[in-house]
Write a protein that binds this ligand. Sequence first.
Ligand code: PEP
Ligand code: MG
Length: 748
Amino acid sequence: MAESQTSDSRKLLVSLRETLAAASEGQERLDRITSLIAESLGVEVCSIYLFRDSETLELCATEGLKAEAVHQTRLRVGEGLVGRVARSGRVVNTADAPSERGFRYMPETGEEIYSSFVGVPIQRLGEKLGVLVTQSKDSRAFSADEIYGIEVVAMVLAEMTELGAFVGEGEAMGALHQRPATFKGGIGQEGAAEGRVWLHEPRVVVTNPVADDPDVELTRLVDAVDTLRVSVDEMLENSRTTDKEQMQVLEAYRMFANSKGWMRRMSDDIARGLSAEAAVEKEQSAARARMSQVPDAYLRERLHDLDDLSNRLLRILTGQGKDTGAEMPENPILIATNIGPGELLEYGRGLKGIVLEEGSVASHAAIVARAFAIPLIIQAGHIATEALNGDHILVDGEAGVVHLRPEDTIITAFRDKMAMEAKQQERYRSLRDKPAMGKCGTEVKLHMNAGLMADLPSLESSGASGVGLFRTELQFLTVDRIPRRGDLAATYARVMDAAKGKRVTFRTLDIGSDKVLPYMNPLDEPNPALGWRAIRVGLDKPGVMRMQLQALIRAAAGRCLTVMFPFIAQLDEFRDAREMLLAEIERERTLGHILPDKVEIGAMLETPSMVFAPQQFFEMADFISIGGNDLKQFFYAADRENERVRRRYDTLNVSFLNLIEEIVTRCDAARTPLSFCGEDAGRPLEAVCFAALGMRHLSMRPASIGPVKSLIRRTNLEDLRDVIDEARLSGEQSVRPTVKAWLIANAA
Ligand code: PEP
Ligand code: MG
């Protein structure tokens, strides 16, 4: 790189910084910037186009084009050369613009006399902000070095945080990150919340993009990269993985941290006048732009590594850790790309809502959010890039919609809706101590699902009859080694204490498939949901299940112990698991421990095979609980985690109801109590149909107990049974429309 060019570039950046710092009006400042750049680069025209919305660019300042065109000239993304730069995120550099493919001139600007054209994207960390354009009469192409200089200038412009405020003469639109935005996502946990944004991983803020002294900046960069390399080496050593593929990924990560190309590009940026952190950000922006265009998943992952390393490097350079010293606002609504269950547990109940860019309904974070009854929206677009700490935000967990920086009309409508829901909740609370009894006199027991000690207070507030499903995975998932028997026993005992004599049904560990323990070697199975999971692991490698059973027996000491085994697919699995529990009880007896005064051993019915199991299965089980989430996915061959197929098959399809009826019949014949503990039990319409088909126990999220009880109490279950039977014979695929219409007319 020529020395004179780098020093020119540095001079330009320093003048730019002074202009940015000067106390002039926004538009005036932007105008000064364009003339400064034109003069420094020796071109007749310098223009800045900014995004007005995601599809339109607006000419916001120019030196050289007609002043009347400013804020008047607009073009669509993809239109003309400027639009091409905006769409592709790539530089266009041509000596003869009019002969370039896609060229389109805007007569009002007077640009027809200019031949050469350079367009450089203005983007910040993959977020497109606009296009910086230079034009000149002589037909010259710019050298790679000159282009590089213009990119560095564009980078500094991108750091002007309020660029968007210049669009539409400052009145039509607010600045970027100040406009209202709406995100449509999936529902992880229902409920509504209003609050302020709290970013789980706040963006690192680069306050000084221009270097005072390039030598100092280079030293800072070298030191920071050294620190980064040491931390990556440590991470590799600590990972102690033996998995070959994982090793390769970590090695690739280390390779990037040591990449000479990366280091050289950042050093060049500094020589051009950027500060060390701005140089890191510039390369990160470039990597993100590439990331969005690379179709190959492996390469995209590697670019993602680079992105991650850049974030670490920025933290080292700016001293901004995750903990930025910012204070959590009141009514915090957590925004994150994704979050693990452990991190969510650390936040605890203080959060009013959670919005994730990724996440899935069955993720552990979703389980924790449900346990805390915190509204959760998943798959919410690019909200983590758009939101800023402290932004006003509304989370509508019923509709799966998030309003960021909402307008007054939205706020009013949202608050009205919340008030109506609060009234409804009040009505449900008044039913708390009343039975879930249909108009025909049939009573259904409503239990709650739980998985954390934190769930237990809901037992009293919801009026649940007991805990119909206590998922025991979370105590294993949120720690970095297998929990100790004593600790588990203490937790289970606390859960039973908190239940104050109400029955708690503990389900033994259901790991594998979507629930992989962090300290377990992940198995490479083609279909993990059909793979080595739950009871299959428990029986093949009995050490952990035995330990868990011992902990449960000790926790129950002198009380009733209710245990159920997950994912039973054939009779012998249940027989073996049951015998294992009985053997453990014997062992505890010989060791002199106090035994439970009663033991109930049940099975989860989660595979269609068990509907047709030998009669002995129904007789041997003290109770059976339908795991509808799994049963449905296997019955319909539709992955419960796959958004494309998850909702395709209705629970109230005649075929699924026929299956349920068969289970009810078989349990009745063996006098075995039957419950349903999948998500569908908490949906009022489904719940009332299950009850009409003869199900007498339903277990659901605590928040669903009120709505389900309310509908059951308004329904004559015997009449509903007749309605279902008639609809089943009518040739309809699902009884839902008929049942819904009947309930509207009859469940007053
Ligand atoms: C089910 O499958 O319905 C169930 C309750 O278990 P889980 O959702 O934990 O797999
Ligand atoms: Mg299940």
